[in-house]
Write a protein that binds this ligand. Structure first.
Ligand SMILES: [Zn+2]
Length: 113
């Protein structure tokens, strides 16, 4: 990373500039862990569901979905939507489940990269 003061190139993990000694900003600390946040929420969910806490699971699925969308992590969004849709289908909310899945499904089927 380049020093913000003198533009000296420093090793990625350096805390201080080797040229001028200025403190270097950390590159998004913890970002990698946060990238997995949606997946963690989804797993936590699945465990709640196994314990029969459907309401708690639904809340977590929605939080996970929200996170996946913010990260533009489409594969998470798809997996979480699928799980949530299954939950809703079990509760008889077929229309909600379909409305949830359709946009994600369409994104995958129409987007060709
Ligand atoms: Zn410097």
């Amino acid at each position: 990373m380049n020093c913000p003061q003198c533009q000296q190139a420093n090793p990625t993990n350096a805390k201080f500039c080797r040229e001028c000694g200025a403190r270097l900003p950390m590159a998004c600390p913890g970002w990698e862990e946060r990238g997995d946040y949606a997946e963690i929420l989804r797993l936590k969910d699945w465990m709640l569901l196994r314990k029969g806490d459907a309401e708690g699971a639904e809340k977590l699925y929605l939080a996970s979905l929200d996170w996946a969308r913010k990260q533009r992590a489409k594969s998470w969004e798809l997996r979480t939507s699928t799980s949530l849709a299954k939950l809703w289908q079990g509760e008889g909310k077929r229309k909600e489940a379909l409305d949830l899945l359709k946009p994600v499904y369409d994104w995958f089927t129409t987007q060709r990269t």
